[in-house]
Design a protein around this ligand. Structure first.
Ligand SMILES: Cc1cc2nc3c(=O)[nH]c(=O)nc-3n(C[C@H](O)[C@H](O)[C@H](O)COP(=O)(O)O)c2cc1C
Length: 217
């Protein structure tokens, strides 16, 4: 039995974009709505079925401001370098748009109504197995959260630049050093109706059948 509307499901999956310029900075996001979405996101796969993921939902303006300062600390130079690449004509139009909207976010992050920091308890191990299990146990849930929020009209953007100031951010949030911040999601209702799917290479160009480099027929 086909019980999903595939058109709608695929639209959700393909149009859940990283929202930066279209975050509504004027409208608060109710924590209850986010809690509903976390209940959805908690159904994502987790290694060993061990529930070690946590979420810090920040709607306190002072803490948001502090996190934005952490973000700017490294992000400003990083994105200015990106801007220089754009001005030198070294990147394509898509990359240029990403730089432009990333700079917008950097300049407005302190104004967002909410930031969500997904957390995994523990620290990643060095081995490939350890890394894959650690990140693989938390990243699917974060993406599910982005999808669940987007279905409710709330946009997010996956960002990591604040992690250059990981300790400062941890201090603001009262995190112990036994846990790991996964990302920083600016969170706000989005403006406008819909999003255009990102341009990506077609499946046939990125998929091999049975063996490396063996394309589908
Ligand atoms: C692991 C990871 C880290 C990212 N870090 C940042 C970041 O710090 N700042 C930012 O503006 N975007 C960040 N992005 C977003 C990307 O730059 C890019 O905009 C995005 O993947 C394009 O997605 P879209 O097609 O959904 O818009 C990150 C994305 C990923 C997956």
């Amino acid at each position: 039995m086909q019980d999903f509307d595939l058109v709608e499901t695929d639209r959700l999956l393909m149009t859940t974009k990283q929202v930066r310029k279209r975050l509504d900075l004027t409208r608060p996001v109710p924590v209850d709505v986010v809690l509903d979405c976390i209940d959805v996101a908690s159904r994502a796969p987790i290694g060993g079925n061990i529930e070690a993921n946590r979420w810090v939902v920040v709607d306190d303006a002072k803490t948001i401001s502090g996190l934005a300062a952490c973000y700017r600390e490294f992000g400003t130079d990083y994105l200015e370098a990106g801007r220089a690449q754009v001005e030198a004509g070294k990147v394509d139009a898509t990359a240029s748009r990403v730089v432009d909207s990333s700079i917008y976010l950097l300049e407005h992050l302190h104004e967002v109504p909410m930031i969500i920091i997904p957390i995994r308890q523990g620290r990643p191990e060095q081995s490939t197995f350890g890394q894959a299990t650690f990140w693989g146990s938390v990243v699917p849930g974060v993406w599910s959260l982005q999808l669940a929020l987007r279905a409710r009209g709330i946009g997010t953007a996956w960002t990591t630049l604040h992690l250059y100031q990981e300790n400062e951010a941890a201090e603001l949030l009262g995190l112990p050093d036994t846990v790991t911040q996964i990302a920083l999601l600016p969170t706000a209702y989005f403006t406008g109706d819909d999003f255009v799917p990102s341009r990506r290479r077609p499946a046939r160009e990125v998929t091999y059948i049975n063996r490396w480099n063996q394309p589908p027929t």
